[in-house]
Design a binder for this molecule. Sequence first.
Ligand SMILES: CC(C)(COP(=O)(O)OP(=O)(O)OC[C@H]1O[C@@H](n2cnc3c(N)ncnc32)[C@H](O)[C@@H]1OP(=O)(O)O)[C@@H](O)C(=O)NCCC(=O)NCCS
Length: 144
Amino acid sequence: MRRGDVDAVLQLERAVYLFPWSARIFHDCLRVGYHAWVVTDDAGRVLGYSFLSIVLQEAHILNICVAESERGRGLADQLLDIMIEAATAARVESLMLEVRPSNRAARRLYKRRGFTFLGRRPRYYPASEGREDALLLCLSLVDA
Ligand SMILES: CC(C)(COP(=O)(O)OP(=O)(O)OC[C@H]1O[C@@H](n2cnc3c(N)ncnc32)[C@H](O)[C@@H]1OP(=O)(O)O)[C@@H](O)C(=O)NCCC(=O)NCCS
């Protein structure tokens, strides 16, 4: 992902999430050097994106998103593959992420990819009524 992709990424983010990241968050993520990718079609249209932070032996998926019209054809798998590759190259031992318990598609994806439950962060996310917990999931990359 380059700075020039942020407008298209932001548009997708706003179409998908009820509580989207702001333009400032995207720019800050790029500025501090988080790893970020876009998946595009042949015309360069952004279909999906992801953000990964790597600190010492731990990597954290901060965002992974695929346009609604493009779901169910493995784009999230491609994004996960590239994040796992980057984390493995950085000798990271585990890949973590948070997911809403209500996010069934994402939970199915992570389960299929071997993520396991590590814990629950109470009231982690904003929700339409109050707050929603996060499930903390982990994928071990040791001997992967
Ligand atoms: C989670 C997400 C990234 C998965 O993207 P994707 O490219 O569709 O991923 P996959 O093709 O591997 O599909 C993942 C699961 O979603 C479900 N799914 C796929 N296509 C779907 C569709 N058109 N409608 C509803 N669910 C669908 C399936 O259950 C699939 O699981 P399966 O592989 O066991 O059948 C995508 O749904 C998304 O962007 N969601 C909104 C943002 C989000 O919640 N991100 C995760 C934050 S933790």
